[in-house]
Ligand binder design. Structure first.
Ligand SMILES: [Zn+2]
Length: 213
C-alpha cells in the first residue's frame, strides 16, 4: 500500500466540513486581527484578485450594475478626492498637456464660450472666421486634409478651412474641416453639396469620438 500522503484522516464528510467551518468562524470571531493580518499577505491578495477577476469574467454585467449603485459612486468619488489630495498638482499637470489644452480651447469656442454673445461686436472676444480660428481648425485635425488625408507639410501650403454646411454665418467649430486646395475645389460645385455635407459631418463626429477618448 502506498503511503497515504496527507490523507491519514480520510476524506472529509459534510459533517466534518461543517465542524471545521464553525471552528474557523469561532476562531476569527475571537481573533479579529488574525484575518486582517492574513488578508494583507501577498498570497491572500493574489487569491482575492484572481477570485474577483473570475467573478467578473463569468458575470460581465456585474461590474456595470455595481458601478451604477449610489454606494459605488460614493466610493469612486471619495477615492478620486483622496487621489487628488495625495497627488497635489496632478490635475494641473494634466490640464497643461498641450493636447488637453488644445481640446479645451476648442470646446470653449463659439456658442460654447461664455464670452459668446451671438457675435455682437461689443464683445471683446467675438468668434470670427479669422486666421486664428482657421489655425485652430487645422490643429484640431492634426493639419491633415479631411478628405484625402494628406498632411499640410507634404502639400507645402496651408490647408483651406471649409464650411461644412456652406453657411458662412455658422461659426460652430463643428462646422469646419481643413481641406487641401484640390479637395476644397471638388466641394465647391453646387451639385454635390448635400453629399459633401454628409461626408464631412461624419468625419467631424468620428473625430469628436476620438477627442473624447
Ligand atoms: Zn485633400
Amino acid at each position: 500500500m502506498p503511503w497515504p500522503k496527507g490523507r491519514l484522516r480520510g476524506p472529509q464528510t459534510s459533517k466534518h466540513r461543517a465542524k471545521i467551518g464553525a471552528a474557523k468562524k469561532e476562531f476569527h470571531r475571537e481573533n479579529p486581527a488574525a484575518a486582517k493580518g492574513w488578508c494583507n499577505t501577498p498570497k491572500a491578495k493574489a487569491n482575492m484578485r484572481a477570485a474577483r477577476l473570475k467573478f467578473y469574467r463569468e458575470q460581465p454585467n456585474a461590474a456595470k450594475e455595481w458601478q451604477s449603485t449610489p454606494e459605488a459612486k460614493a466610493n469612486q468619488s471619495s477615492a478620486m478626492k483622496k487621489f487628488y489630495r495625495d497627488h497635489p498638482g496632478f490635475q494641473y499637470e494634466i490640464q497643461n498637456r498641450p493636447e488637453v489644452k488644445a481640446r479645451a480651447s476648442f470646446r470653449t469656442m463659439g456658442d460654447k464660450n461664455p464670452n459668446w454673445q451671438s457675435g455682437l461686436t461689443k464683445n471683446p472676444y467675438p468668434v470670427e472666421f479669422n486666421a486664428e480660428f482657421r489655425e485652430r481648425v487645422r490643429e484640431r485635425y492634426d493639419y491633415t486634409c479631411a478628405a484625402c488625408k494628406r498632411r499640410q507639410e507634404q502639400l507645402k501650403r496651408k490647408l483651406d478651412v471649409h464650411h461644412i454646411d456652406y453657411n458662412k454665418d455658422n461659426l460652430d467649430p463643428d462646422n469646419f474641416v481643413p481641406l487641401c486646395v484640390s479637395c476644397h475645389g471638388a466641394t465647391k460645385g453646387k451639385k454635390n453639396r448635400t453629399y459633401w455635407t454628409t461626408v464631412f459631418q461624419n468625419i467631424v463626429s468620428m473625430n469628436k469620438c476620438e477627442e473624447l477618448r
